[in-house]
Unconditional design. Structure first.
Lengths: 543, 376
């Protein structure tokens, strides 16, 4: 039994911001006990106590991420000793470092959001080798022949639901993501630009139809995390229209729009590229069924890793260094394109500002999530700098002064006065993501919750404060002390387990044998008892 | 040898012994070694995990790709990027297959057959499939079941220059080809351009890194107007899967060393052949669970072998041999499936046979924890 004594407990899920003790017994948080014999007191007076943070969208594992590692050995600190301080060189790149670095910032749960079901085993193998934190994957659907054929045949919601259940179960995912619905398939037909109402060749259905069908299936299956949507036209000037149309297409149904910064561009100004983040934020504020994460862009070197192969192929002209990997998979494709985001670049400055505008103009911290779409907007190791920017308008001003004036004139950022409070940060990174993912056992400090706890030294330098947590507990075990690893451990992999019908299983088995000439077993993630993977934990799926 | 298990699964200096004795002796050799290099890595993902754990612990080096035919693909990807598809996608969509070099119809014949055994069902309606074989060789009819292959004979040494010439010609540059007439180049180029979803296929080992980079350049050019991608046929010794696992575990696919606190990556310095020849390493752990292989540098260094046991035959400096099971045959395994092009579970046909690489290295690691035995 541990007593964290006298810290400032910030627990927005319970409306608490007060000085109090927090009690931990085994892996849980407990109410203050009457019998306190044999407990250990850790004095945390003057420090901030929050639940462990949850990252809902960070590309930390899987075949594409691993290909990025392969593609860019020069970003590994072991390969390139100078400059040692580039963001990617601090990233570590290995599964072991991913777990350690997340934990040292006070993160205890991370979701890898883009795994093609056919590569789910690979992702789970990597996650099993990612220590300390709990993790999960989202399965990417929406470009595979099986689903598109169902839609072409007007198969009805029940068939789609069965198929989604079977695929989520066989890939052991926590939810479903759709990436540029139909776009990867259209690219195979040599189409180079694909919008919400464009038609997938040879299937005769629109992207809109795929998104709405998947949204409905996920909702009807009772998967707690609503459909995670990566829209069409990512990165294109004027694509705010696509994001707005997608919100409208959802017609009040729940969905999560990922990395919306990349969809918040207008066409104004001499260069035909401007921030439309204010417009998008307004639409999001008016759409209570929609949650978003930002995908903030941070300056420096990084690598973009995406299932949106169409977009990545287009972006491969911008690759720095000039090399990229473009993959056409069975369902979704993938693209790995290294990038350097520069302060001197007009476009990058617009993107940076648009991300911050979204954070600051979306009013409800329960509906906007903290991401850089790691590593696409910047590595997750830059989160502390981003927390600081959100919490300090003077700091933002000093950044704005170093950026191209022409770009800043096409955003509303310089006029925004809002500063995030610690409570709002805790909502955005703890309470709200737990709710969004259906993880009632975490994201808060109420009795009965998992003892995932992060303790920070309160500092004026918010980046320093969030960069290295003072103490971190995972499942009640002290894993980080003074920002350094105290004990390593294995975390769990979270999944939902919808029950697919045996009919769809049989149909899929037959489909794989006929079309691909291989057994579907090759693509099924096995039971943990087989020993190759770490422990799984099922999250209830309430239909 | 008293207490020896039947049948013998391990040898010390050519003498049969129990597994436990061999593991104890191997642990002793590891303790005494100045620098040990783990090489070959013909094992499943769990085997790679245990290699990394052990190498990290003893400060050893790992050279995985020196012993396989997959190194060129990795190097080319690292230098210039890649276009890639999967065997299943090639099967259902490729209306044009460009086979490059002799190996695909030989070592890769089974994979190629699976890809070509039906029409591309997800290609455009009425699409058929054409197969072009650049660098064709005469094969006996009974070994060759592929129909309608357009053979283009090119001497092996001219294969890569021909690819470069083809790319240059398609890019509209003046070329003077030595192996193919310009008219022939033009005909091939037109076929590639007319493809709606083409796939270039070769067997790993047939192209070196520069050849693959040339091909990637050709792909980039073709993709300006149509779709074309690549599919290297990987060897079935999990070379690709081991490289993947090494990458997520250490950041690199091969040629690394844990002698210092951070992992060091240096393809030249941690090349097992060089480490053996120079004497910088004094012990090699050769791992070949899928099939019997033996490195040509093995005579220059003391070797502990995990693979098919040879009983000391023709392996002069192999001091310890431990027979391990075949992944997916003797024990359940996760390794690269040539059929799916991804990591997959392979269930054992007859579990309970020889131990896995992970089991042997795991007990070896546990041995290192025990106090040193008094030397006899």
């Amino acid at each position: 039994m541990i007593r964290l004594a006298g810290g400032r407990i910030i627990d927005p899920a319970h409306g608490r911001d007060e000085i109090a003790d927090l009690w931990i017994a085994q892996e849980k948080i407990i109410p203050p006990p009457t019998d306190i014999s044999g407990h250990e007191t850790i004095d945390v007076a003057g420090r901030i106590v929050m639940a462990g943070a949850i990252d809902i969208h960070s590309h930390i594992a899987g075949a594409s991420v691993n290909t990025a590692r392969l593609l860019l050995p020069e970003h590994n600190k072991a390969h390139r000793r100078r400059p040692a301080t580039t963001p990617l060189s601090r990233l570590g790149w290995t599964t072991g470092e991913t777990g350690r670095l997340y934990a040292s910032m006070g993160y205890t749960t991370v979701v890898e959001p883009a795994i093609a079901p056919h590569n789910a085993l690979h992702a789970h193998l990597e996650l099993a080798d990612t220590p300390i934190i709990d993790k999960a994957i989202l399965a990417v659907l929406g470009n595979e022949d099986f689903l598109l054929s169902l839609l072409r045949a007007d198969a009805g919601p029940e068939a789609i639901r069965d198929y989604v259940a079977a695929t989520v179960a066989s890939s052991r995912a926590l939810g479903v993501k759709v990436v540029n619905a139909g776009g990867a398939m259209a690219f195979k037909h040599n189409i180079r630009s694909f919008g919400l109402d464009d038609i997938v060749p040879s299937y005769g259905i629109t992207s809109r139809r795929i998104v709405t069908a998947l949204q409905r299936a996920v909702a009807e299956l009772g998967i707690p995390h609503p459909l995670h949507v990566h829209c069409n036209n990512l990165g294109e000037p004027g694509n705010v229209e696509t994001a707005l149309a997608t919100i409208e297409a959802l017609a009040g149904a729940r969905a999560h729009l990922a990395h919306v910064q990349f969809y918040s561009y207008g066409k104004e100004g001499k260069r035909g590229f401007s921030s439309a983040a204010a417009r998008l934020a307004e639409a999001i504020n008016a759409a209570p069924h929609v949650t978003v994460d930002v995908g903030q862009l941070m300056f420096g070197e990084t690598v973009t890793v995406s299932s949106d192969v169409l977009r990545q192929f287009t972006a491969s002209n911008l690759a720095r260094p000039r090399k990229s990997v473009i993959i056409d998979g069975e369902g979704n494709g993938g693209g790995i394109v290294p990038m350097i985001y520069r302060r001197s670049s007009f476009a990058n400055a617009i993107q940076w500002a648009a991300g911050l505008e979204l954070f600051l103009l979306i009013e409800d911290p329960c509906r906007v999530f903290f991401t850089t779409d790691h590593p696409n907007g910047g590595p997750f190791t830059l989160y502390p700098e981003l927390f600081a920017l959100l919490m300090d308008r003077e700091l933002r001003k000093t950044w704005i002064e170093t950026l191209p004036k022409a770009a800043m004139e096409l955003t509303t950022l310089p006029e925004i006065k809002r500063e995030y409070s610690l409570g709002e940060i805790a909502t955005m990174t703890r309470a709200a993501p737990a709710k969004l993912l259906g993880l009632s056992d975490r994201g808060h400090l109420g009795a009965g919750a998992l003892a995932d706890v992060a303790v920070y030294h309160e500092r004026r330098d918010r980046a320093a404060m969030f960069r290295s947590a003072d103490l971190v507990f995972k499942d009640g075990q002290l894993v980080v002390r003074n920002g350094k690893l105290a004990t390593s451990r294995s975390g769990k992999t979270l999944q939902v387990a919808p029950r697919p019908s045996s009919a769809v299983e049989r149909r899929l088995d037959q489909y794989y044998r006929d079309l691909y000439g291989v057994s579907r077993d090759l693509f099924v993630v096995p039971e943990e008892t087989r020993g190759f993977l770490g422990p799984f934990k099922s999250v209830p799926c309430g239909a | 040898v008293p207490g020896r298990a039947e049948p013998a699964v391990a040898f010390i200096d050519g003498q049969a012994c129990t597994l436990e004795e061999a593991v104890a002796a191997a642990a002793e050799r590891l303790r005494r070694s100045r620098l040990a290099v783990f090489a070959g890595l013909g094992c499943d993902v769990d085997g790679v995990r245990s290699v990394v754990r052990l190498a990290r612990r003893i400060g050893g080096a790992i050279d995985h790709l020196g012993g396989t035919a997959y190194g060129a693909e990795i190097q080319a990807l690292r230098d210039a990027g890649f276009f890639l598809t999967s065997p299943a996608e090639a099967r259902v969509r490729a209306d044009c297959i460009l086979v490059i070099g002799p190996g695909a119809f030989r070592d890769g014949a089974e994979s190629l057959r699976r890809i070509c055994d039906q029409a591309p069902r997800l290609a455009a309606p009425q699409a058929s499939r054409s197969i072009i074989w650049l660098g064709s060789q005469k094969l006996a009819a009974r070994d060759f079941e592929f129909k309608d292959v357009l053979p283009i004979a090119v001497p092996s040494a001219q294969l890569q220059p021909t690819l470069a010439t083809l790319r240059a010609h398609l890019a509209g540059r003046p070329v003077r080809s030595t192996s193919l007439s310009v008219r022939r180049l033009d005909a091939v180029g037109q076929l590639l351009r007319r493809a709606q979803f083409g796939v270039a296929i070769w067997a790993c080992g047939d192209l070196d890194a520069l050849g693959i980079e040339t091909l990637t350049g050709l792909m980039r050019d073709l993709n300006r107007t149509t779709r074309f991608t690549c599919l290297p046929l990987i060897p079935d010794d999990n070379a690709a899967g081991a490289a993947m696992a090494l990458t997520w575990l250490t950041g690199f696919p091969s040629n690394i060393c844990f002698a210092r606190d951070a992992v060091d990556f240096d393809p030249w310095r941690f090349d097992a052949a060089r480490l053996a020849a120079s004497g910088e390493a004094d012990l090699a752990i050769w791992i070949s669970a899928f099939r019997e292989t033996w490195p040509d540098w093995a005579s220059q260094i003391e070797v502990i072998s995990l693979g098919r046991a040879g009983g000391g035959r023709a392996r002069p400096r192999c001091s310890i041999e431990i027979e391990v099971g075949i992944p997916g045959v003797d024990h359940d395994s996760v390794h690269m499936s040539a059929a799916s092009g991804s990591l997959a579970v392979h269930c054992a046909d007859k579990p309970g046979g020889a131990p896995s690489v992970a089991e042997v290295l795991g007990s070896l690691e546990a041995r290192l924890d025990r106090p040193r035995r008094a030397r006899r």
